[in-house]
Design a protein around this ligand. Structure first.
Ligand code: SME
Length: 203
């Protein structure tokens, strides 16, 4: 099978629970043998985005998914070798998540996750380590609008358990053009995919 074909969704798949089961299986084989998080998150965002667009309820014009990607704890990114950037100096003492691999239009580069200062759906999901299902982004206090066409959103934290410590590595964020685009079955499916992604990479 060509790599691109892993994002195809057979016509026999009709329910959301079958859809997420199928995507999970395709992703597990796509990530096999690769442990680099940049590579695996790039393929995950592409597979999930394109599979959603080929699935009946998400590929449909005004209800389509319009962004799918990751924001990752800035400390996991490679650092400049010679000098800290001006922006890093200004942000010293804050924590942030940086834009990682994604599919869709350009998005904000970083999100402040300093407790008490961070705002938006991604920061709230990151800090609470809970999946946030937002029916109407315009009604969400502090929502960061990267694209004015987005109306609903789901953000799932990437949580790693290291012996007795629980670490949040970043978030998996999906946007939809429709109000109420995502539901409980998507939440369960994405949480399972987030667990697979975390386990499939060396952090
Ligand atoms: N809406 C997010 C920002 C990221 S974009 O949707 C890609 C938020 O409120 O955190």
């Amino acid at each position: 099978m060509h790599h691109a074909d892993t994002s195809l969704v057979p016509d026999s798949i009709q329910s959301k629970s079958d859809f997420w089961l199928h995507v999970h299986g395709q992703l597990a084989s796509l990530l096999e043998g690769q442990r680099d998080w940049v590579t695996n998150l790039a393929n995950t965002s592409s597979l999930v985005y394109n599979a959603l667009l080929s699935f009946r309820s998400f590929g449909n014009g005004s209800a389509a998914v319009n962004w799918c990607g990751f924001y990752i704890d800035s400390t996991l990114f490679p650092s400049p070798k010679l000098t800290a950037s001006h922006e890093d100096a200004l942000l010293e003492g804050t924590s942030k998540i940086l834009l990682g691999p994604f599919c869709g239009k350009p998005a904000c580069q970083f999100i402040n996750t300093t407790p008490g200062k961070g705002r938006g759906v991604c920061a709230d999901a990151y800090l609470s380590r809970q999946t946030l299902l937002v029916r109407d982004v315009n009604a969400y206090p502090g929502h960061i609008a990267c694209d004015g066409d987005t109306n609903s959103e789901i953000v799932c934290p990437l949580v790693l358990t290291l012996e007795d410590k629980v670490v949040c590595l970043g978030v998996f964020d999906l946007d939809c053009l429709a109000v109420g685009g995502f539901g409980e079955e998507d939440k369960a499916g994405l949480e399972r995919i987030a667990r697979l992604v975390v386990e499939s990479c060396d952090w």
